[in-house]
Design a protein around this ligand. Sequence first.
Ligand SMILES: [Zn+2]
Ligand SMILES: [Zn+2]
Length: 441
Amino acid sequence: MEDKIAVKQRVLAEIESHKEEIIRIGEDIFRHPELGFKERRTSALVRENLDKLDIPCESGLAITGVKGRLSGREHNASVMIMGELDAVVCPLHPDADPESGAAHSCGHNSQIAALLGAATGLGAVRDLLDGDVVFTAVPAEEYVELEYRKRLQLDGKIEFFGGKQEFIRQGYFDDVDMGMMIHSHAGVTGRNFLIDCDSSGFIGKLIRFTGKEAHAGARPFDGINALNAACLALLAINSQRETFREKDRIRVHPIITKGGDLVNIVPADVRMETYVRGRSLFAIMDASEKVNRALKGCAYAIGAEVEVEETPGYLPLIQDPGISALFAKNAEKLLGEGSNIYGEELMGATDAGDVSCIMPFIHQSTGGYVGGAHSKDFFICDPEMAYVMPARVMALTAVDLLWDHAAEAKRIKESFKPRFTKDEYVKFWRDFREGKTAESF
Ligand SMILES: [Zn+2]
Ligand SMILES: [Zn+2]
């Protein structure tokens, strides 16, 4: 009977002997960036490498996603290792795709390299694992190219704009108990993992005020000025700001995208957009209600009409303490005591937040990067740290979770209280889109 330390050493040895290949894969994806729901080359590369490792997989999930399952000797739990396939738009990046402007300046290429690295290590000990490891390469984390995604939506190819949201909706996580992934932390060049960074969530609103046209000089009294309603609404939104609590980190940042048609006509068609961001779902929905009240109240005051199209965004991330503790311990074993950094925040939002509402999940940040996120100076300065170290830490964490009849995984699963079941999650966003959130929330 093997002991856990020996199994972990085998995993590390296997990753070590494929180190160059893991780095080569990461660099190759970096040089071939693809945007969300279009990651065909990257997706094929994942599939090819999982095939090579003899890990059966399905591809073409939510257009470009891939999912492979490494079966253990027992099947007490399914632990997922996830990576994002997509790039961002950053045309000035030296490695940007000349046609699409896509560049890997969010470092998702390292997630895929780490996923395949972990698969290599765990593949060597599959007969000693008491559960399965599921490898998922997911499309479209970046919330971009909304026109393209709207077309996909109209064609019935997707319902939500985030790849993981689609994975949830289409049931590709139904047979997964918990998961983990890593993400670059731009500007952290050192060999550090940043444990349990929290992120905000957001929702979007497309707003249209409709008034009544009239000659602005001759007969303004016959008109209804939609721009006045919109301006009043901006003031009313601002008047709510003192009710936002610091700890909720609410950000509401509306813009007027259309202020009227012609200067000598009373504006009758005025458009606004806004995000509402916040640290918790409750806080986001609370602020969202206040924004809607301001919009409706100000339209009423002027006699205009207002339509608000609610757009699902991403939910705030909830890091699972059990998986996180195992991950942090493995990281520290490899990188030395004190190497883990705590208490940092993620700057943006991620649909990993949505996943973390339905299953125990972690999204840990890693060093090894120079430059700013989504910027032309973003590069991997330490390939070993960016690609290989996360492969090691995630693989070792999977061993911990699945050891001894998957005792840890079972314990984590039992103590987890999901924010939503899968069906509740899908219903939540559908209701939200229809403006019914207040009731269902
Ligand atoms: Zn990004
Ligand atoms: Zn990212």
